[in-house]
Ligand binder design. Sequence first.
Ligand SMILES: [Zn+2]
Length: 205
Amino acid sequence: MEPESAESYYARLAAATDAGGRLPLVTDGPLSWDVFPFEAASLRLKPLEPLADVEPPRRGEDPAECWCASPDGAHGEVWGNERWVLRLVEPSSLPLTLSLGPRAHHDLPGLTTELAAELGQLLVSVAAAMEALPSVGRAHVGKYGDGSAHLHVFLFGRPARLPQLRGSPLQDWEACLPLTPGEVLRANAAYVAGRVAVDMGGRAA
Ligand SMILES: [Zn+2]
């Protein structure tokens, strides 16, 4: 069997919509998890939008227009070496949210073998340092890449001892929690940056 086309995938979704163009809410799957933040019965899905003609363009699709082409492009750097930069993401309602990416213009597909190997080591180091923070129970890792074409991997500090915030629903909780003060984020980031510098070299900013 050939790989399925986008049209065929979409047709299956469209066939399941009601007269208002909405898919039914499935309430016995992840919406029933104890970590799902909302009461499922009070929700409904937005109407299904049409299939786009093409993938929407992302920021920096042309490397000449990406942040990495401007001399003051990198901001919020907390650790870096010649090839990688670790940034503090502000604002955040978590104890710490970081973003890791290469200094040169790359997306995840097409990363060189050397950079790919270093990315793996860096993820291990950053995650271990985040999980050593007293207010972080787990480091979650997310690579989306739908907004910016320049590779950036997010590391989210899931708050410690709050099992209600476990797993992928953390992103929905995060949108609704009160913001963490900037000085708290920066102190947590400085701790992580110091540990990564010991593990991996480079310099904490
Ligand atoms: Zn770039």
